[in-house]
Structure formats: structure tokens, C-alpha cells
Design a protein around this ligand. Structure first.
Ligand SMILES: C[S@@+](CC[C@H](N)C(=O)[O-])C[C@H]1O[C@@H](n2cnc3c(N)ncnc32)[C@H](O)[C@@H]1O
Length: 240
């Protein structure tokens, strides 16, 4: 198992107007803990962009997904983290520490968002009982964008799914890669308050963005760190 400190950089005190960090690209500061404690450490607008995927409050973590889940065994452990959506204080703090925000599941708690042109639709190319995809609010003043990537969320073995599945609501690395390519620049500071499986961290590593992230659940955190170590050991994840 990978020790947390392998991924931890000392938090730096940044100026109010952050410049891109001079350190090597793609650094990961991954914390086991509550995101409210994490955000409290940082000054206003420290992060260029927050890409977050909080609990939607629909009980996802406590549903069986057909393949089970303990992070360690290949079965997803049934957990209760998705009972309630984030509080108003969470969104206040998120906007305080970041210049821009992309928030998955924002359609489940629309009261926390103002009108925006820049919603993002992830088309999962799903059929049957699954929803067609997922929505994210973005604070960017640009048109609605669609990312198309098959990801049934059910079983490994789908031709479009090549990733190690360790979390019940894991999003694909390809989705985070697309978000970074379209909404971020290498060298920027990125925040993820709800890390989950670590897909976002793998994408940031290869994109060259500096990610600070937290995950409250000890099992998910350990499994994410192990996965990130495995998947960033390659020189190139996305060969040309
Ligand atoms: C929707 S999942 C994130 C999935 C992630 N986007 C992925 O691709 O794997 C939300 C995660 O937030 C974690 N979590 C819940 N409350 C939290 C909190 N207050 N601080 C940090 N993490 C939290 C849960 O344990 C869960 O792993």
C-alpha cells in the first residue's frame, strides 16, 4: 500500500493572484480527510479551477452495482456517504477558494447555482434503464459542451471500459482528461474535494496540472492511492 505522504506536498501560502506553480508539473497533494477542513487551509481564489463530484444525496454508495465492491476485494463496499448532498457552506467555501468551478450532479441541488450557459453533458451512450448521461454545472461563460464516452457503470468487460474499477461512482480518467484539456492549462492549481477512485488525479498527473484533493473514506482513499501509484507508473497513459 502507498503511504499518504508519498503524495503529499507541504501546503504553500500562495499570493491572492496565483501564478502557475514553478515546480514540476502534475504534482498530487492527496489527503485523507474532510473537504471542509481541506478548503479552510487555503486563501481566497487559491485554485484556478475546482472540478468536484460531491455526493448527490441519492444513495449511490449504498446500492449494489452488480459486481459488489470492497475497494480491496474487487467488490464495492456498501457505504452511506451518499445520503445527503453538500451544504450551502460547502458551496460558499468552494467558491471562496477557487476562481472557476465544474460541479458534477449540480442538477440534484440547483438551488446552489445561478444561471449559466456553460453546462457540461457527459453522454454515456447508455440505453435501457440507465440515464443517458450526467450533468455538470460550469462557471465558464461559454456554450454547453458534450463529452461522449461509453461507461455503463455496471460491469467491467464493456469494450469502452479499460479501467480498474474500485469505486461505485467512479468516473473515467478520459472524462477528466477531456475536462482538463478544455477548461484548464498545464501548471494550474486544481481542487477536487471528493476524490473517490482517483481518476481525476491520474488525469492531472499526465496533463501536468497540480491537484489538491481530499477523500473522507479510509478504504476509498487507500484504494485510490494504490490505483494512482499503479497507473502513473507508466510513462505515457495516452499515447499519440
Ligand atoms: C461521487 S463520489 C466521487 C467519485 C469520483 N468522482 C470518482 O471518479 O471516483 C464522492 C466521494 O466523496 C467522498 N466524501 C463524502 N463526503 C466527503 C467529505 N466531506 N470530504 C471528502 N470526501 C467526502 C465519498 O466517500 C465518495 O468517495
Amino acid at each position: 500500500m502507498i503511504a499518504a505522504e508519498d503524495f503529499t506536498l507541504a501546503p504553500e501560502s500562495a499570493p491572492a493572484e496565483p501564478e502557475p506553480i514553478a515546480a514540476a508539473p502534475g504534482t498530487l497533494d492527496l489527503r485523507h480527510g474532510d473537504c471542509m477542513d481541506l478548503m479552510r487551509e487555503f486563501p481566497d481564489k487559491h485554485f484556478d479551477l475546482a472540478i468536484v463530484d460531491p455526493p448527490y444525496g441519492i444513495g449511490e454508495g449504498s446500492r449494489s452495482r452488480g459486481m459488489g465492491t470492497s475497494c480491496m476485494s474487487g467488490d464495492y463496499a456498501l457505504k452511506s456517504w451518499d445520503k445527503a448532498p453538500p451544504s450551502a457552506q460547502y458551496f460558499h467555501e468552494l467558491r471562496r477558494v477557487s476562481r472557476h468551478q465544474i460541479v458534477w450532479g449540480a442538477n440534484y441541488y440547483p438551488q446552489h447555482f445561478t444561471a449559466s450557459m456553460g453546462w457540461i453533458f457527459w453522454d454515456k451512450m447508455a440505453s435501457g434503464d440507465f440515464s443517458d448521461g450526467e450533468l455538470a454545472f460550469s462557471s465558464f461563460d461559454r456554450g454547453l459542451r458534450k463529452f461522449t464516452f461509453a461507461w455503463m457503470g455496471m460491469r467491467q468487460g464493456n469494450m469502452a471500459e479499460k479501467e480498474d474499477r474500485i469505486h461505485p461512482t467512479q468516473k473515467p480518467v478520459a472524462l477528466y482528461r477531456w475536462l482538463l484539456e478544455n477548461y484548464a492549462k498545464p501548471g494550474q492549481r486544481i481542487l477536487d474535494t471528493h476524490l473517490g477512485s482517483g481518476s481525476h488525479a491520474i488525469a492531472c498527473h499526465y496533463f501536468g496540472a497540480h491537484l489538491t484533493a481530499s477523500e473522507l473514506d479510509a478504504d476509498y482513499y487507500a484504494a485510490a492511492c494504490a490505483r494512482i501509484a499503479r497507473e502513473t507508473a507508466q510513462t505515457t497513459l495516452f499515447p499519440a
